[in-house]
Every structure is written in structure tokens, then in C-alpha cells.
Unconditional design. Structure first.
Length: 268
């Protein structure tokens, strides 16, 4: 299960192999925010050439193309699709029409798409987007969402947006969404707090902007030793009860609890 997705600037090929070897569940070669306009065409060429030549070395590489409202989008899609990454991250997705436009450029190649929700319009249309073709998972672009909405603080004021993405993902029966980046590189306490909050809310993973964030994100979204002990105890008690109601450690264990325990063990 992929829990961390590490962004690597598309115009920094010297970092590509390091990103792939970082231990991140997914590596995202970025053609959008990390690349200045004057460098975008060169970055596209570098990314596609690297993917084409190093296909066997890049089993976990995604590409974040430029958004559908830019002059770069269609050529990004055509070039990237021909290089065959694992999937496409679609920034600033605001409607199902954005998803369908991207999918129309995939041709016969069934690449998964991760729409990034970064605006009020995107959030209000999130359920429709989540049900769109080829959509594997939603991503919360928290920094741009704050810019679009005027929300200043990063914590509680974004609770509604985060919870909405978790709920619509569940309703659409797709993977739990990815939380946005933690900008404070090197501040482990902040990252740990952000990961804990995201996991408690129901997110399945998180975006990273530095390789040093990957290990903590991976461990933070993985069940801990005590959680695994509890899950195994629940399954053992449930199997022994053969359908009868059971109590474990003073708590009633019913079917949803058993299913949660099984899911936790499957995610290891």
C-alpha cells in the first residue's frame, strides 16, 4: 500500500534516481508548481526522456502535468502518456470535465488519474470528480486551497475540506485520499502531528516535498505494534466465537470492528 508520494522537480534530473530510491510509495515528477514557465518545455522533455530510457528503474513514478487551463496541458499529456509513467496527477481539478479531458488524451492507455483538489470549486464538485473515469484517488492541495479560499491557518479551518474529501472518496468507493504537503522541512514534530491528524481523519497517505519526510509518513500511516496486536486478538476472538457476540478487553466486538481489524492486517 502506498502511503507517501514524493515530489521531484521535473527540471532536476539529478534528483530523479534519488527520488525513486527514497523509499516513497510513489514518486511524482513535477511539471507544474516546481518548474518556472521558461523551463517547462525543457522539463517535459527531460522527464519523458528519462522515463522512456529508464522504464525498468521507475516502477513507482507518476507525473504531475500542468493544469487543464494552461497552454502546456495537452502537450504535457501527449508526451507523458507516450513515456508511460505509472499514472497522472492532475492539478487544480475543478470539475468532472477536467478529468474527462485528461482521460480523452490517454488514448487506449488506461493510466490511473489522481485529481488534486485545490479550490473551493473543486471541493464542491469532489464527489462527481471522485466518480470520474480512471480516478484512483483524490489528493488535497492544501496550500493552493488556502490561497483560493482565503483561509490562513492550516489546522482546524481546513477540517471541513479534509473531511469532505475522505467522505466523498468512501462514497465513490475509491482509495482514501492523500493529504497535502507539510512545508516545514526538518521539523519532525510538525510532520508527525500532521500525519497523525490526517490518519485520524481517514486519509490514506500524504504528499512529501523532501526525502527526509518519507520514512515518517510511511511509518505514521502504517499500523503500529499495539494496533496490530489488537487486530490479531480481535480476529482470533471472532474466529473462536463462530458468530457469537464477544467482548475483548472490556469492549463489545461486533462485525464492523472485526472488519476493521481484518482491513488493518491487510494493509500491513
Amino acid at each position: 500500500m502506498k502511503r507517501s508520494y514524493l515530489f521531484v522537480p521535473g527540471n532536476r534530473p539529478e534528483r530523479f534516481a534519488k527520488g525513486v530510491a527514497s523509499g516513497a510509495g510513489g514518486v511524482v515528477f513535477d511539471l507544474e508548481d516546481a518548474v518556472q514557465p521558461e523551463d517547462k518545455l525543457a522539463a517535459r522533455s527531460v522527464v519523458c526522456n528519462w522515463l522512456t530510457q529508464r522504464q525498468d528503474d521507475a516502477p513507482n513514478v507518476w507525473v504531475r502535468v500542468n493544469s487543464v487551463d494552461t497552454e502546456y496541458f495537452e502537450e504535457d499529456m501527449r508526451a507523458v502518456v507516450s513515456a508511460r509513467p505509472l499514472g497522472i496527477m492532475l492539478p487544480k481539478t475543478e470539475s468532472i470535465a477536467d478529468v474527462k479531458r485528461a482521460v480523452s488524451l490517454l488514448g487506449a492507455l488506461a493510466l490511473p488519474v489522481m485529481p488534486i483538489i485545490e479550490s473551493a470549486a473543486g471541493l464542491l464538485n469532489a464527489l462527481e470528480i471522485a466518480r470520474g473515469p480512471h480516478v484512483q484517488q483524490l489528493v488535497f492541495g492544501s496550500v493552493d486551497f488556502q490561497l483560493d479560499t482565503g483561509i490562513i491557518a492550516e489546522g482546524d479551518p481546513l477540517l471541513f475540506a479534509r473531511s469532505t474529501l475522505v467522505i466523498v472518496s468512501a462514497a465513490a468507493r475509491i482509495a482514501a485520499p492523500l493529504d497535502g504537503v507539510t512545508l516545514q522541512i526538518g521539523e519532525e514534530a510538525q510532520l508527525r502531528s500532521d500525519v497523525s491528524r490526517a490518519r485520524d481523519l481517514g486519509f490514506g497517505g500524504k504528499l512529501c516535498i523532501h526525502p527526509n519526510q518519507v520514512a515518517l509518513v510511511e511509518s505514521g500511516f502504517s499500523p503500529g505494534a499495539e494496533e496490530l496486536r489488537w487486530a490479531r486478538a480481535v480476529i482470533e476472538a471472532s474466529d473462536a466465537a463462530k458468530g457469537r457476540a464477544i467482548r475483548l478487553e472490556g469492549k463489545l466486538i461486533d462485525l464492523p470492528v472485526v472488519q476493521r481489524a481484518r482491513r488493518m492486517l491487510q494493509d500491513v
